[in-house]
Design a protein around this ligand. Sequence first.
Ligand code: DAU
Length: 335
Amino acid sequence: MPLVVVTGGCGFIGCNLVRMLLRDGAPDLRVRVFDAFTYAGDLRNLADVLADDRLEVVQGDVTDAEALRAALEGADQVYHLAAESHNDRAILDPWTTWRANADGAAQLLIAAKDARVGRVLFVSTDEVYGVAAEGQKFSEDAPLNPRGPYQASKAAGDCLARAFFETYGLNVVVARPTNNYGPYQFPEKLIPVLVWRALNDQPLPLYGDGQQRRDFLHVEDCCRALKLLMDRGQAGQAYNIPGDNEHANIEVARAILQLLEKPESLIHFVADRPGHDFRYALDGRKLADLGWQPLIPWEQGLRDTVAWYVENRDWLEYMVAKAQDFLSRWYSERV
Ligand code: DAU
């Protein structure tokens, strides 16, 4: 009975991955979610699969060595997704971010080594490369050049994963996905923030001039890539997961307003994010060589995502309430 552990399995990418593993997995698969339930991680994100007896949910923090030791016992595979994932929170509170993403990565890797886990899929980010110039795409051997506290904390974990492969022979593969979007994304990130604001006829805050660019990848495409890398990635290697779907933030805002039939006059330019990375871009050939490509077209993915938030307005309102302290503080500083 193979045991798969997903850290951060109640968060955005984590819950989508857990759902996919259960949907596509064998009847004897066991999935153990390890999640701290800090704020974005929430049992509600797994509500529809909690009755599946192949799923077990354990509360624990990745900086807690004892809790990790117990959670990883007997694990064949570990997907490490637990993280403080928001750039803006990291700007307000760099220590909490460092602790989860760097200390947490170290504890996870130590626990995986000690438990002789078969393989770790370590989820990093495209942001470790820093800003991509116009026309430039980073391949996996580009130097890491993180520019903010979130990016630096992720780069620390990314480097440590490689170090554990080289030093201890830990079977670890690193994934560097670009901006995910889709259902269950916490309403502190661009798309759910804009959808919530538009639904409530409130101004849509765009940092600076809204011309910064991101490569948007549907979370289901990302989860397929993570599974493929778990199965077929080469140990000790890093793999980019691009969306091949670059858009300026203002284009995203316009598309959301159009889908919700709201006026463009709701767009509101606010003070920029300090140290805001203008653009990220990935060369995805290494992953394409394993047979992966993104399948969900942007127009369809965004339409379905916006529809999901509309249909799950209770979920959205509940999560916004959980984020309220942060949202009030962050956006009151931006006007
Ligand atoms: O690139 C992968 C990364 O994508 C992940 O590693 C991070 O965990 C994830 O949070 C995301 O980082 P970003 O900073 O790119 O995502 P965010 O949704 O916060 O912002 C996307 C863009 O939208 C960015 O240029 C900032 C801008 N933005 C964001 C918010 C929340 C706004 O203009 N207004 C906003 O209110």
